[in-house]
Design a protein around this ligand. Structure first.
Ligand code: AMP
Ligand code: ZN
Length: 474
């Protein structure tokens, strides 16, 4: 098939024409969450833009197979292979077992993805499911001389790789393990950049999950899991590997080193990295505490679709700054957009020429390195276009296969609101007024109870800059 997608590739540091290994088929891998806490909306920006990439590929006609891991062991508090396992930290914090924590936060992540219309990948595999695969890869790396045993752990020897810093932007100095206060240098390492493949010795002896291995009872390092899980489902060749920009180094660099050492050939051709969501304090992160989740946004009255709309307005390779002011603007714009769509009539047959013209413009925007803001401009152009409403509706339905903004559904819900029974409208308005008074009196418990009472009747209220808006969902 014709390959027209232009995609920035972190490996070549330029926009390349995307060409998969097998014509018409795409093997895609996403680094999944470390399930010791809720995903914050920064993490979800990465998953959301990766979802847009997957949907673009499907829209263009590729048969996409996507795999994601769930990190439930081995991701230590520091990327320098020291510190406590993040999962164990989470379990201690909540007085639960690691497996309970993993299940709870995997389910929560799945629910967040569903709210944001992020398609769950075809294969999702927890690291703890694949211990034999990790052990096998480490055995081969030892046999081939790419790994060594020291102080009870197995390390990957980065000096055995000709071009370890494949992404180019890192060097030994930037890799000073001591850059973070809480990180100590590991004296077992032959080279500063070496990383742990299998731990049997750590000062954190209370690691909860451990397995038998040829090197003693222990647990895998974090990097090995993505190499093994992707190969388990996608084989020896991959087309696109995704993640947030903080994964470029050391995680993806290490994945490439060990995978290519194991396979003896090039592994993945395209690397797709999503830039960070920042708040005023810089990169949003789980370890900072007080994390901003989709549920927090909902509690504040924002539809998760408004967050998706916000993310799509900016390019995935640019940092994005979150603020409630911008969210308010987005909420207003989203409501206006869906109201406009709600006003479209079913007025006859689709005009094929107009349909193809705008579909072409939309496809071109996506093919220009996933230019989602340009794609949304095309959507607005459709609404203004000199064609009939049926054509506009058909285009909106088509575009939403990629945008995933629930546009026709939200328009229909908005329509229901305007058609609602006047008695019900009066009831809702009175409740909103009562809630406003409760908030003024700082009686937030009462304000929340009113919101919950309405929600139980299928009425969702949202606080926006333009005031409180409501919607009937059932
Ligand atoms: P983690 O659960 O920490 O392993 O991270 C899950 C994904 O979120 C990874 O792809 C990270 O690169 C990505 N990520 C972490 N912080 C941010 C952020 N502030 N903005 C966007 N993506 C992020
Ligand atoms: Zn990974």
């Amino acid at each position: 098939m014709e390959n027209k997608l232009q995609l920035f590739n972190t490996l070549t540091r330029k926009v390349d024409t995307f060409v998969p290994n097998v014509d018409g088929k795409v093997n895609m891998y996403t680094c999944g969450p470390t399930v010791y806490h809720f995903a914050h909306i920064g993490n979800l920006r990465s998953y959301l833009m990766e979802d847009v990439l997957e949907k673009t590929l499907s829209y263009l006609g590729y048969d996409v197979k996507r795999v994601m891991n769930i990190t439930d062991v081995g991701h230590l508090s520091s990327d320098g292979d020291t510190g406590e396992d993040k999962m164990l930290k989470g379990a201690k914090r909540e007085h639960k077992t690691v497996m309970e924590i993993a299940k709870f936060y995997t389910d929560a992540f799945k629910a967040d993805c569903a709210k944001l219309n992020i398609k769950w990948p075809s294969y999702v595999e927890p690291a703890t499911n694949c211990i034999p695969e990790f052990i096998n890869m480490i055995k081969v790396l030892l046999e081939k001389g790419y790994a060594y045993e020291a102080g009870g752990n197995i390390y990957f020897d980065t000096s055995k790789i000709d071009n370890y810093y494949v992404f180019g932007s890192q060097n030994e100095d930037e890799l000073k393990v001591g850059v973070r206060d809480d990180v100590e240098e590991d004296s077992n390492k032959r080279n500063k950049a070496d990383f742990v493949l299998w731990f049997t010795k750590s000062k954190f002896d209370d690691q909860e999950l451990k397995w038998e291995s040829p090197w003693g009872v222990g647990y895998p390092g974090w990097h090995i899991e993505c190499s093994c899980i992707s190969m388990k489902h996608l084989g020896e060749y991959m087309d696109i590997h995704c993640g947030g920009v903080d994964n470029i180094f050391p995680h993806h660099t290490n994945e490439i080193a060990q995978s290519e050492a194991f396979l003896g050939h090039k592994w993945c051709n395209n690397w797709f990295h999503v830039h960070h969501l920042n708040d005023k304090g810089g990169k949003m992160s789980k370890s900072k505490g007080g994390i901003l989740t989709v549920s927090v946004l909902e509690e504040k009255g924002y539809d998760p679709m408004v967050y998706r709309f916000f993310c799509l307005q900016s390019h995935y390779r640019k940092p994005l700054e979150f603020s409630y002011d911008v969210m308010d603007q987005m909420a207003g714009a989203y409501t206006k957009l869906t109201r406009k769509i709600a006003s479209l009539k079913d007025d006859g047959a689709v005009d094929d020429a107009a349909f193809l013209k705008y579909k072409g413009a939309f496809t071109d925007a996506l093919c220009a390195d996933i230019n989602t803001s340009m794609a949304i401009t095309v959507l607005y152009d459709v609404l203004k276009a000199d064609t009939n409403d049926a054509t506009k509706k058909a285009l909106i339905e088509d575009f939403d296969k990629v945008l995933g903004l629930n546009l026709l559904k939200a328009a229909a819900a908005g329509d229901t609101a305007s058609d609602a029974d006047p008695e019900l409208v009066a009831f809702i308005e009175a409740k909103i007024e009562e809630r406003k008074e409760a908030k003024k009196a700082k009686d937030f418990a009462k304000a929340d109870a009113i919101r919950d009472e309405l929600a139980a009747k299928g009425i969702i209220i949202k606080d926006t800059r333009e005031g409180v808006v409501w919607e009937i969902t059932k």
